[in-house]
Design a protein around this ligand. Sequence first.
Ligand code: SF4
Ligand code: SF4
Length: 469
Amino acid sequence: MSKNRFDLHEERLATTDEKGHRIFLFPEDVKGIWRKRRTYFYWFLIILYLVLPWIYHQGEQVLLFDLPARKFHFFGSTFYGHDAPILSLLLFGFIFLMGFITSLYGRAWCGWACPQTVFIDAIYRQIEKFVEGKARARQKLENEPWTLKKFGKKALKWGLYLLVSLHISHSFLGYFVGTRNLVGISLSPPTEHMDLFITMIVITAIFLIDFGWFREQFCIIACPYGRFQSVMMDEDSTVVAYDINRGEPRRGLETGNEGDCINCYHCVKVCPTGIDIRRGTQLECIACTNCIDACDEIMEKVGKPKGLISYTSENKLKNIASKRFRIRPMIYLTAIIAAVIVFTISLLNSFNLKATFVRASKTPFQQVILKSGEEGVTNFYKLRMDFKGESDSKVLLAFENPKDNELIEIKTPRNPLPLKETQKKINIFFRFPQSILNKGNKKSVVTFTDEKSGKILLKKEINFVGPIK
Ligand code: SF4
Ligand code: SF4
C-alpha cells in the first residue's frame, strides 16, 4: 500500500487509477526563475501567433496557406502545387531541427514552445485559477456535490474557455483563409459560408476539449513526438533531472545518513503530468521546469544549495565529462544544413512559369524566300505558357545564343507577352535561312525573360527542322 497518494508504484501512471480510470490532476502553483522565463516566452509566442497572420507585405499576407488556390505565401515567396518537393524540404528541415534541439536539450519543445503547453499554461490554467482558486480549492470544488455555486463557477470557467477557444480558432483559420477575408466572412451570416462555419466550430471544439479537459493526456498518450524523443536523446542531452547522488537516501528512508531530498513531494505536486522526477527521466516529462523551481524553493527553506533538480545531463550527474562532438546532434545539424542549401538553390532556380512548344503536325516547315533573296524555312508552333502568380510584367522571347537572335526571326502577335495572358495558346513562327540547318535540324534555346526584372524565368530547347540537303 502506498504511503501517500503521490507515492505510486513505478509502473502506475499518475493520471490513472488501478482500474485505468482517469485521475484529474490539480498541479500546484510554482514561483521561481524558470517559471518567470517561461511566462515571458509563452506570451511572446502567443502574441507572435496572433499577430503573424495580420502582417501584410505589398498587399499579401506574409504567411498564408491558401488551400483552395493551392498557394502558399511564405515571407515574400509564393509556392504552388508543383512546388511540393521544395516545400517538403522545409518540412524535413523542421523535423531535423526538432531532432537537433531534442538531442541537445531534450524535450525543450514540449515545455517551452508546444502550443498545447503554451495555451494551457499561459491562458487556460490562469482562467481556472481565477475562477476556481488555487490547486487545493479546485480539488475541493471538484469533490463537492453539485450546488448552484459550483455550477456557476464551472459555467463561468467553461464560458471563458469557449471565448478563448473561439479566438484561437479564428486566428488559426486566418492562416488558411486570410485574415482580411476572415473579417468579412465573420461579419456575414454563417449560411453564406457554411463549410467554413462548420470547420470553425470543429476546430473550436477541439481546442476547447483538448486545452480545457484532455490536457496532459494528449502529451502522455497521443503525442507522437513524445514517443520519438528517447531515440533522439543520449546521456549527454540536457534534461530536467534529479541529482540522485545528492538527494538519496531521501528523508524517511534511512536515519542518520540522509541526502538532501526531504521527501516533501513538492516537485510531484507541481508537475502537470503528475510524475515523480526522482525516478529518472520519463516519457511523461514535458521538461516544463516546474519541479526545478519547486525544489529550489524547498532547498532555500531548508538551507541547502539549490539545484537538487536542475537542467543537466545524465553524464554530468555521473561526473562523466560531456563529449564535445556528439554523433547524434552532428547528424541532425548536417541534415539541416543540407535541407537549407537544397531549399535555397531550389528556390533560386524555381520558376512559376511553364512553357511548351507544340510543333504543327501537318506542316512542320515551309520553304520560303527571305527578304535577302536567300532560301529560307518557316517552322510553325503553338506555344502554351502557364504562369502561376501575380505580375503585371511581360515576358520577352529571345534566343540564348546571340547569333541565333541575328539569324532566326520570331513572329508572334506580341513579343513581349503579358504574363497575365499566358494561359492561352499562342501561334508562333520561326523564320531562318536554310543554310543554318545541319542535316535538316537546328537546335536552339529560347529564353523567357521577365521584362521588369530582366531575370530569365525559363529556358526551353527547340529543334528547328527543314529540308535535308
Ligand atoms: S521537491 Fe526536492 S526535496 Fe521535495 S521531494 Fe522533490 S526533490 Fe525532494
Ligand atoms: S517532471 Fe518536472 S519538468 Fe517534467 S513535467 Fe514534471 S514538473 Fe515538468
